[in-house]
Ligand binder design. Structure first.
Ligand code: GLU
Length: 596
């Protein structure tokens, strides 16, 4: 099989003299041009290993690590560090992540989700008895959770890494020192953001004196980040969680000029990533493994799929390459039911009990069969109610719907058959809009997350507590759905996939799985399909991508429809029957797949 080709030039031989390790990092001499909006992608074949990430420079860093003897965890670390630099709006060392890992025999789930500081109360985002306006809460010190990504990667590396930790930072440090070309997506995100330029450091770093953002192709160096990464490379996560960089983080949060947060050094020093038991759910011939709470991702994805598997299809699932209205109706109704359960039950498992004491009760076939019976020919609209998967000692109120954004997904399969599916986030585009330079005094730095706005703003409804309310030390509920798929019979790895997209991550992931398992689509075709989502109220269709006949048919089922951009950032790598790999990257963002 021919080596994977990226559809952009990534050749170059600029060896980096400062570091001599097991692999020599070659900076791509040509920074790929990327389009904006929807860009057709070919899908990529690879003989034995592949990496998919949201930016070509990040994918390339992972590729070089894999090509030089690193494994999937090593590559994920290199990719994440480059993403911090080149896709700062989505993820980074100031945020949190969930990493699913397959070591050739077992699946591990590493939780690097942010935690709330010890001094928060359930009223964190309330003011005069009302929830704060969402953006006021986001762009503030209040929204910043204690970052978890670096600790989590360090834990995964200690258990599974192959190359030295320090080496994995070479690509990001090199690119931060030498500069990289600002991509279309970063430029567009800077242009459309209103709050980032108010931050004293970010306003100077990403914008000129007239408030104009960096242009596409501008070379951006980030000396502060290079220095911070150098320290993390040589000292480990302690460099971020103790000492000068941690003090600077606390200072940025506490000195926010409008809404300071309460984070302390003790909060940061005490942060621990957690290895959790993954949830692995049989789904006909496949077994799908995903992240347990505090992410709602796997449970909600598999509720939708489990309900759908109970529904006899009345018409073909596809109509001219688009999901048919009959299939979409069932998918949307299943989504309404699954989101009703999610809003009632799912939160940090260290703080709330699963219904009946076991999260898998929410996925029990009998329970899902009873839920599926609620689907009729007329949409239930916004009236879906949570079911009763198991007894609880507490009576939870449902969390009102809130927006979620941002985020990046990395999928990797290495030559030894280890795999990573990692979804990583600072929540919104540019997180809390606070840039931290680690106390270096150098230009640039890394962005702090606003992940705490994933908590329910209202702590209770009609006197009943919301499971996902703010509490000290708690992790906010997530939608992130990093997924590893296995053959139910042989146990062999089938695929690694996931996406950003807030709550819609769940729909994107679920529909991709159906397209790959049931509709004969490869990992690229499955990602190209137009999206349709609902979390319980209106249905959103991806703008300009559905025929009028589909819209009319959905309205006839009783759905209230509007169109909008639905910018998923799916990446998927599938292992084919002959053992080779085929990867896809979302045409709506600038990701690519590389491998050999
Ligand atoms: N913060 C969100 C979550 O953890 C993800 C945001 C996004 O993907 O846009 O679920």
């Amino acid at each position: 099989m021919s080596p994977v080709k990226v559809n952009v030039a990534l050749s170059g031989l600029l060896l980096v003299p400062l570091y001599s390790f097991g692999f020599s990092y070659e900076t791509p001499s040509v920074t790929p041009e990327v389009g904006s909006g929807y860009e057709e992608k070919p899908g990529w074949s690879a003989a034995s290993f592949a990496v998919a990430a949201a930016n070509p420079l990040a994918t390339d860093a992972g590729y070089q690590v894999l090509a030089n003897g690193g494994n999937a965890v090593d590559a994920a670390i290199a990719v994440q560090m480059v993403l911090t630099l080149v896709e700062p709006q989505s993820s980074g060392i100031g945020g949190g992540a969930f990493l699913m890992h397959y070591d050739g025999s077992d699946v591990q789930a590493y939780d690097g989700r942010e935690t709330a500081p010890a001094a928060v109360t359930g009223e964190l985002f309330m003011q005069d008895g009302e929830p704060l306006p969402f953006m006021d809460a986001v762009a503030s010190g209040l929204s910043v959770g204690v970052p978890g990504t670096v600790r989590m990667l360090e834990q995964a590396h200690k258990e599974h890494g192959q190359l030295a930790w320090e080496e994995l930072f070479v690509p990001a440090i090199t690119l931060a020192e030498e500069g990289f070309a600002v991509s279309q997506r970063l430029h567009t995100s800077l242009t459309s953001d209103e709050a980032l330029k108010n931050d004293p450091l970010a306003g100077q770093f990403y914008y000129n004196a007239d408030g104009e953002p960096l242009a596409v192709g501008d070379t951006l160096k980030n000396p502060a980040l290079a220095e911070i990464l150098r320290r993390i490379a040589s000292q480990g996560s302690a460099a971020l969680y103790e000492g000068e960089i941690a003090e600077d983080l606390v200072n940025r949060v506490q000195s926010h000029d409008v809404r300071p947060g309460s984070m302390t050094l003790e909060d940061i020093q005490g942060y621990q990533s957690v290895e959790r038991d993954p949830l692995c759910t049989p789904w006909q011939q496949w077994e799908v493994c995903g992240f347990p709470p505090p992410s709602s991702g796997h449970i909600t994805v598999m509720q939708i799929l489990g309900i759908l598997d109970q529904r006899p299809l009345l018409e073909a699932p596809l109509d001219n390459g688009v999901s048919s209205s009959g299939w979409l109706h069932q998918f949307l109704e299943a989504s309404r039911l699954a989101f009703a359960d999610r809003g009632r039950y799912i939160a940090d498992p260290d703080f709330v009990e699963a219904p009946g004491g076991d999260w898998t009760l929410m996925l029990a076939p009998d329970y899902l069969a009873s839920r599926s019976e609620l689907i009729g020919d007329t949409s239930m609209g916004d009236s879906a109610q949570p079911g009763n998967p198991g007894e609880l000692n507490v009576s939870w109120a449902s969390q009102p719907a809130q927006p979620e954004y941002g985020t990046s997904h990395i999928s990797i399969i290495d030559g030894d058959g280890n795999a990573v599916a990692m979804t990583t986030s600072i929540e919104q585009a540019f997180g809390s809009r606070i840039l931290a330079d680690g106390g270096t005094g150098l230009p640039g730095g890394y962005l702090l997350n606003n992940e705490l706005t994933d908590f329910s703003f209202v702590p209770e409804v009609d006197g009943e507590p919301v499971a996902n309310r703010v509490e000290p030390g708690k992790r906010p509920r997530s939608s992130m759905s990093p997924t590893l798929v296995f053959d139910g019979e042989t146990g062999e790895l089938v695929a690694s996939l996931g996406s950003p997209g807030g709550a819609a991550i769940i729909h994107y992931t679920a529909r991709t799985l159906v397209a790959m398992r049931d509709w004969g689509m490869n990992a690229q075709e499955a990602l190209n399909l137009p999206h349709a989502i609902t979390t319980g109220g209106d249905v959103y269709l991806e703008e300009g991508r559905f025929p009028d006949a589909t819209k009319q048919a959905l309205e006839a089922y009783g759905h209230t429809i509007s169109e909008r951009e639905l910018t998923s950032g799916l990446q998927a790598i599938r292992r084919l029957e002959d053992g080779t790999l085929f990867g896809g990257a979302d045409p709506r963002r600038e990701g690519v797949v590389m491998g050999d």
